[in-house]
Design a protein around this ligand. Structure first.
Ligand code: PEP
Ligand code: MN
Length: 337
């Protein structure tokens, strides 16, 4: 359930409610809005104690949350969540583009790509150091060496970096070098990893599992929030359907749907979502038109030579063209790039 406190409630009043929630054996989750503080109460049958809170004079209302996901729901928090990463704001008016190679291959390619995507208007650099590959014989990523290049290139260009952690054992080191931790599609329901990443203070980019419903996707986000980390960015990256002309089917319904269900920002990855370079631009336009807060785009100086996902990576000139075209779409829907 959600306890909404009256405007102007003092810190002492807030603490009093928190203590009562703990005393009853539940977990409080506090969200301080511009006008009101709201406190989510998580625990089985918490709603049975609503009368205790309704009797407090600082409490405006107590409402049950009907959805299975609680902290990520709009019922818990009506205002959109805005996440700040250094000088970048995700979930605000500006559409944020994260771009870079699928994998960090070496320092030179990473630096060259980072400079090109920054020049074209991207504000976050992506690149995998730990790569989840279908075949154990494919390039698995540079590991810590890749993380070091990401941190160095971030320092040179000023672009914050996002990179994937596949295992709780990698979290410490990934947190050391990266600004955003990516949880990949294959790990969307790795609940131990979600709980661990929830204990860190780093923003998390959670990708939708390729066979996950939107509700399951939001339940995974709930794991991270309920572990104490509220900075979650959702990412639609395509799901498996009977359609076999594209790598996945990019489900843009989920963009509009999560906006109804959740306050969390949502970005779209049309590179993995389509698996085809030619489709990345039109689906980027569609994603922005549908209300996405940003894009995740794979870019490589020579895609035909890329060690992973070259067929869906854009060369620099195509990426610059994409940035120009989405600007117009963004303006048409009241956003900026
Ligand atoms: C990636 O972003 O490079 C990646 C592996 O994505 P996904 O987990 O969506 O397949
Ligand atoms: Mn990739």
């Amino acid at each position: 359930m959600v306890i909404t406190l009256k405007p102007g409630t003092t810190e002492k009043g807030i603490q009093h409610v928190i203590e009562k929630i703990k005393e009853l054996g539940f977990t409080p989750h506090v969200s301080r809005g511009k006008e009101r503080t709201i406190i989510g109460v998580i625990g089985e049958n918490a709603i049975r104690t609503r009368h205790i809170f309704e009797a407090m004079f600082i409490v405006e209302s107590v409402t049950p949350i009907s959805k299975p996901f609680k902290l990520v729901s709009r019922e818990f928090k009506g205002e959109d969540t805005v996440i700040k990463i250094k000088n970048v704001v995700i979930g605000g008016k500006k559409v944020v583009v994260m771009a870079g190679p699928c994998a960090v291959e070496n320092r030179e390619i990473l630096l060259e790509t980072a400079r090109a995507v920054k020049e074209a208007g991207a504000s976050i650099l992506r690149g995998g150091a730990f790569k989840p590959r279908t075949s154990p014989y494919s390039f698995q990523g540079l590991g810590e060496e890749g993380l070091r290049y990401l941190a160095e290139v971030s320092k040179i260009t000023g672009l914050p970096v996002v990179t994937e952690a596949m295992d709780p054992r990698q979290l410490e080191i990934v947190c050391l070098y990266a600004d955003i931790i990516q949880i990949g599609a294959r790990n969307m329901q790795n609940f131990d990893l979600l709980k661990e990443v929830g204990k860190t203070k780093k923003p998390v980019l959670l990708k939708r599992g390729m066979a996950a419903t939107v509700k399951e996707f939001l339940m995974s986000a709930e794991y991270i929030l309920s572990s104490g980390n509220y900075n979650v960015i959702l990412c639609e990256r395509g799901i498996r359907t009977f359609e076999d002309s594209t790598r996945f089917t990019l489900d843009l319904t989920s963009v509009a749907l999560t906006q109804l269900f959740s306050h969390l920002p949502m970005i779209v990855d049309p590179s993995h979502g389509t698996g085809k370079r030619e489709l990345v631009l039109p689906l980027s336009r569609a994603a922005i038109a549908a209300g996405a807060d940003g894009l995740l785009i794979e870019v490589h100086p020579r895609p035909e030579e890329a060690l992973s996902d070259g067929f869906q990576s854009l060369p620099f000139d195509n990426f610059a063209q994409l940035m120009g075209e989405i600007k117009e779409i963004a303006h048409a829907v009241g956003r900026e790039v």
